[in-house]
Write a protein that binds this ligand. Structure first.
Ligand code: ARG
Length: 457
């Protein structure tokens, strides 16, 4: 197969050079964007009178046929034609001859790949935003179904204070809201049209880049041809936002793993989302959640990979940049599959409300509420902290909980205790006493849910 750039060469490339430099094995997934971009480019060339409308029609018809062949799985991708751009262009020239050879006027593969990638990232970003929205609705549903379920909240993985499961779950809603915001915001940097920057310097031919941009739904046109063909910030940004998203998914997955242990017994994940052990018959392992946590590493790896590829490159395009695709594609596939899996798994989780409530009153999780009780009676917080610390030590010695203490025992520490202290010590009551904005109380959760509903309108 004659290469499209073979003019100045007298010998063939080595077979291993073809194998080493090819990207068609993975960039073929950009085929639709490549054809879309070529059709818009053709229309622009024709509008500008750079090619005749007859040639433009031939090119568009040829590209459409190639489109259909690829869609039907009948198109033969050839390694020796390197990449998606030259596979399609060669097929076009083979199909329509001379007219096909005009398609690459005022265009280079350097701006062409930048265009294809931007179209691809734009589409995938929108799909990921939709998946995040579905995930968030499920979290809202779990929060609504468990609006007043009490559970222990943790710091340092030690029982800290009673909270509401709904509040805990909505914490993830908030993380995913920020993730979604980052993806949405990135679109304005992605949606800039690079085509017409050509190899690096633009062209002497009278093209209309703004017209091409309008045809392809871009918000703007790149202002610097050298930047346009060198820039992979938008890919790095996409993987970076994906890394943050995966970090949040991983933390959620970690809690699901932890909560499903016998030690916690806060949740049970259905059989459909767990697997067994080949040796230990009793095992029901949370592998799906574990793999979600595990896949986070490869996304961070993809981010490091591309940052490193880009860091030492002089302007403008360098072939190293071909290495942007596999980390990007892997990120897209991993993120989408993980989100879909999480969306299917969440409704399959059963919460053990009785166990959650029971553990919220163990481990002195109500000690802060006791200290706040004393503050409400006029004691300085530091002193209240000290008094309750002494009471906890007393209870540990006697193997008692705070709410097991008689009023007479409490009076040994402070005579400000009266009957109403027991309300503060009962997690199902104390949680609702929280008044601060954004706190773990029923009112606060109701308010959060209202804000969420409003933001979704
Ligand atoms: N396959 C190339 C890439 O992915 C397309 C651009 C090639 N440009 C070049 N001058 N060889 O980066």
């Amino acid at each position: 197969m004659k290469k499209l750039w073979s003019g100045r060469f007298s010998e063939q490339t080595a077979k291993i050079t073809d194998t080493f430099t090819q990207s068609i094995s993975y960039d073929k997934r950009l085929w639709q964007y490549d054809i879309l971009g070529s059709i818009a480019h053709t229309e622009m060339l024709s509008k500008q009178g750079i090619i005749s409308s007859t040639d433009a029609e031939l090119i568009k018809k040829g590209l459409q046929e190639i489109h259909d062949e690829i869609q039907r799985g009948e198109f033969e991708f050839l390694e020796e034609l390197e990449d998606i751009h030259m596979n399609i262009e060669s097929a076009l020239i083979k199909k329509i001859g001379e007219a096909g050879a005009k398609l690459h006027t005022a265009r280079s593969r350097n701006d062409q790949i930048a265009l294809d990638l931007r179209l691809y990232v734009r589409d995938e970003t929108n799909k990921i935003v939709e998946l995040i929205k579905r995930l968030q609705s499920l979290l809202v549903k779990i929060a609504e179904d468990n609006i007043d379920t009490i559970m222990p909240g943790y710091t340092h993985t030690q029982r800290a204070q009673p909270v509401l499961l709904s509040h805990h779950i909505l914490a993830y809603y908030q993380m995913f809201e920020r993730d979604k915001g980052r993806f949405v915001d990135s679109i304005k940097r992605v949606n800039i049209m690079p085509l017409g920057s050509c190899a690096l310097a633009g062209t002497t031919i009278n093209i209309d880049r703004h017209y091409t941009a309008r045809l392809l739904g871009f918000d703007g046109v790149s202002s610097n041809s050298m930047d346009a063909v060198s820039d992979r910030d938008f890919v790095i940004e996409f993987i970076s936002h994906s890394s943050m998203l995966m970090m949040h998914i991983s933390r959620l997955a970690e809690e699901l793993v932890l909560w499903s242990t016998t030690e916690f017994s806060f949740i049970e994940i259905s059989d459909a989302f767990t697997t067994g052990s080949s040796i230990m018959p009793q095992k029901k392992n949370p592998d799906v959640a574990e793999i979600m946590r595990g896949k986070t590493g490869r996304i961070y790896g993809n981010l490091m990979s591309l940052l490193t590829t880009m860091k030492g490159l002089p302007l403008t395009y360098n072939r190293d940049m071909q290495e942007d695709k596999e980390p990007l594609f892997d990120t897209v596939d991993t993120i989408k599959l993980t989100l879909q899996c999480l969306i299917e798994m969440l409704p399959e989780i059963r919460f053990n409300k009785v166990r959650m409530l029971q553990t919220s009153s163990e481990g002195y999780a109500n000690a802060t509420d006791m200290a706040e009780y004393l503050v409400s009676k006029g004691i300085a917080f530091r002193n209240a902290h000290e008094i309750v610390g002494n009471i906890v030590r007393y209870c540990v010695d006697k193997n008692k909980g705070l709410s097991d203490l008689e009023l007479s025992e409490l009076h040994g520490f402070s005579n400000l205790f009266s009957d109403d202290i027991y309300e503060y010590l009962d997690p199902s009551k104390s949680v609702h006493k929280r008044q601060s904005f954004g706190s773990a109380s029923l009112n606060s959760v109701i308010q959060q849910l209202q804000e969420i509903k409003k933001s979704q309108q």
